[in-house]
Design a binder for this molecule. Structure first.
Ligand SMILES: Nc1ncnc2c1ncn2[C@@H]1O[C@H](COP(=O)(O)OP(=O)(O)OP(=O)(O)O)[C@@H](O)[C@H]1O
Ligand SMILES: [Mg+2]
Length: 295
């Protein structure tokens, strides 16, 4: 499976939400990271043919998706950011209903729903009403509905929003399991959601791709930009205006700071190993707001 985006662009009036994106995806997990308004949902909705690009195109195994019609939609599974569910339906009935909407034959649907309920860990809740599920359980039901047609392209828009740390871990394991033999694109604001499971991470800002690579490559790109240093507590507000600071830890005689900076911030600063959080802060973080900022 190969999806190729060529100069993909979406404008809303004069505003460009997705700006000439060129990307190629094959099987595996792709993590789309970006802050609010980056264009993640817009990009995903174009991949799902729910939005028409203003210009550019998407090719699926070399064919333009707008010309593939139902053949393309058969390959797709989508969990929207604000996915609607039917509160009075039980999990099982909800999935059977969505299966019917997708045109899956009842005999096949019954078997598939059972398998998926077990796969996403909802067996005990199968007969619970959707409105009684926790946030994490609802998301898992959402993933199950996206998987009903055994899609080769699975698009998950912020599937971890509102999940607690345990749910996040369960979710990561589930995605890894589901990604065998298919292409998964998931968006998130949270680095740890994709750090270990994504084959490739895309950093998106203002409709453009800032950086793409494996998490190791992204971390490597940050080498020599992360520093540990010590300062007085009273200097912190000034330093926050000057630098991107990824961590502040109180110490008995002051504070220990983790600073992202191309230049050595202080003579006694010590270079630290970078992590993906640092990469995120480097590309997306805001300083507290000074004109004489270093990065
Ligand atoms: N239908 C629309 N009409 C006008 N502007 C839109 C429309 N849909 C999205 N936008 C704008 O396009 C930009 C990108 O929105 P999008 O929802 O794709 O961002 P996102 O990265 O998914 O953000 P979030 O993390 O908040 O979900 C935003 O500035 C948004 O206001
Ligand atoms: Mg979004």
């Amino acid at each position: 499976m190969e999806l190729k985006m060529i100069k993909l662009t979406k404008q809303f009036g004069n505003f460009t939400a997705v700006d000439h994106m060129n990307l190629t995806m094959t099987n595996g997990v792709y993590g789309l990271l970006g802050v609010n308004g980056a264009g993640k949902t817009t990009l995903m909705r174009m991949i799902c043919t729910l939005l028409q690009p203003t210009s550019g195109k998407i090719l699926c195994n070399g064919k333009d998706i707008t010309k593939m019609g139902a053949d393309y939609r058969k390959l797709l599974g989508y969990l929207p950011q604000d996915f609607g569910f039917y509160p009075e339906f039980t999990v099982k009935d909800y999935l059977l209903y969505i299966a019917a909407l997708k045109g899956i034959r009842p005999v096949v649907a019954k078997k598939r729903v059972k398998e998926l309920i077990s796969k996403v860990g909802l067996s005990k809740a199968a007969n619970k009403k959707m409105k009684k599920l926790s946030g994490g359980m609802k998301r898992r039901a959402g993933i199950a509905q996206a998987m009903l047609n055994d899609p080769k392209i699975l698009i998950l828009d912020e599937p971890t929003a509102g999940l607690d740390p345990n749910e996040r871990i369960r979710f990561r394991n589930l995605i890894s399991e589901l990604s065998e033999d298919r292409l998964v694109l998931l968006s998130t604001h949270i680095v740890s959601d994709v750090e270990y499971i994504a084959n490739e991470i895309w950093l998106m800002k203002d409709g453009r791709l800032l950086h793409q690579g494996t998490s190791d490559e992204l971390i490597h790109s940050m080498t020599e930009n992360v520093w540990k240093c010590y300062a007085n507590k009273s200097d912190v507000p000034t330093l926050m205006k000057r630098y991107k600071i990824s961590n502040i830890k109180s110490e008995p005689h002051g504070v220990e700071l983790r600073i992202i900076s191309k230049e050595k911030p202080f003579p006694d600063a010590v270079m630290e190993e970078a992590n993906l959080e640092d990469v995120f802060l480097y590309y997306f973080g805001e300083k507290a707001g000074a004109d004489d900022a270093v990065i």
